[in-house]
Design a protein around this ligand. Structure first.
Ligand SMILES: Cc1ncc(COP(=O)(O)O)c(C=O)c1O
Length: 310
């Protein structure tokens, strides 16, 4: 720790490229994917002039980064009635309202599987989005993709030069404390991001943790992922029988979104059992919902027991 790390973590980027099945030229390693989101907004959105599109309810960091930068946020809400499906026609409506005037849309953030709703965006929808927003960068945040059984959209990099895919070691790989994410995109886009990031972007400890993870044998998390998927199915089925639960949304992530009969009461009851679930009381569309992470079988059982009686 007494020495500076590599100013630009090229060796790690080569290993991450292998992990994600892309060429090293398409990889930029960042301090978590949060930093990639921040770099994208700072690089491509001018304050007071440009905008990002989001599809709420979704991960809050896109709007936070835009607010910090002074970029406008154009929300294209998804609705429970359609299973929170990303709706290109609604996007058309929002873009039409912008036509001719500022702010200009520079980035479109689509999260798949989406946090907190858990649904994947179908490939055809992503293709339509990339074609419709050809003048913007379409950022597909695949933070939870490993928990789904779908290949990364990074395979379409050769077709769409406006595509950016975000991956992270924080979720399926269980390395949130190492702070390592990846932006996968055309080298021209990554060059711009490299110009505005600080040197020594990843600490020595991060580089050591990532090296340990990716060096040697090709790492396998298949068994762990299979356990999470099996627990997800078990917990979802058991939750449907709880008096606190009205509906459990299907999920391709390591959490499930639950519509509750009494969300504040359900959060309090879980807390009594030392289980923290994420409440959405401040998100009007999800006021009656909580997000339940899939934990160890014993932690999951604690929550199921806590919610087994009204
Ligand atoms: C959808 C999504 N993207 C990105 C992140 C950021 O992850 P990290 O910065 O740890 O890579 C999160 C973390 O919760 C997330 O839910």
């Amino acid at each position: 720790l007494r020495w500076y790390p590599a100013p630009y973590p090229l060796a790690i980027e080569a290993q991450l490229a292998q992990l994600y099945g892309v060429s090293p030229a398409h990889v930029l390693a960042t301090r978590g994917s949060d930093e990639a989101i921040d770099l994208l907004v700072r690089a491509f959105c001018a304050a007071g002039r440009d905008a990002i599109v989001t599809f709420p309810p979704t991960f809050g960091m896109y709007a936070i980064a835009a607010n910090v930068q002074g970029a406008a946020v154009l929300p294209v809400e998804t609705r429970a009635e359609t299973g929170f499906a990303l709706d290109i026609d609604r996007l058309e409506g929002v873009l039409a309202a912008q036509a001719g005037g500022a702010p200009k849309v520079k980035l479109v953030f689509a999260c798949s599987p989406n946090n907190p709703t858990g649904n994947l965006i179908p490939c055809e929808t992503l293709e339509r989005l990339l074609r419709r927003c050809a003048d913007a960068l379409v950022v597909i945040d695949e933070a939870y993709l490993e928990f789904a059984e779908t290949p990364s959209f990074a395979r379409r990099l050769e077709v769409y030069d406006n595509l950016v895919v975000l991956r992270t070691l924080s979720k399926a790989w269980g390395l949130a404390g190492a702070r390592c994410g990846v932006a996968i995109a055309h080298p021209c886009i990554l060059d711009v991001l490299r110009r505005i990031r600080l040197p020594y972007a990843l600490t020595s400890s991060t580089l050591a943790a990532v090296t340990a993870l990716t060096a040697g044998e090709p790492p396998s998390i298949a068994t762990r992922l299979a356990h999470v998927r099996a627990e997800r199915a078990r917990v979802a089925a058991a939750l449907t029988r709880s008096p606190w639960v009205k509906r459990v949304w299907p999920s391709d992530a390591n959490f499930v979104l639950v519509e509750c009969t009494d969300a504040p009461g359900a959060v309090a009851r879980a807390a009594q059992a030392q289980i923290l679930v994420r409440s959405f009381h401040d998100t009007p569309a999800l006021r009656h919902h909580v997000r339940v992470s899939i934990g160890s079988p014993s932690d999951n059982d604690k929550l199921l027991a806590a919610w087994s009686r009204a």
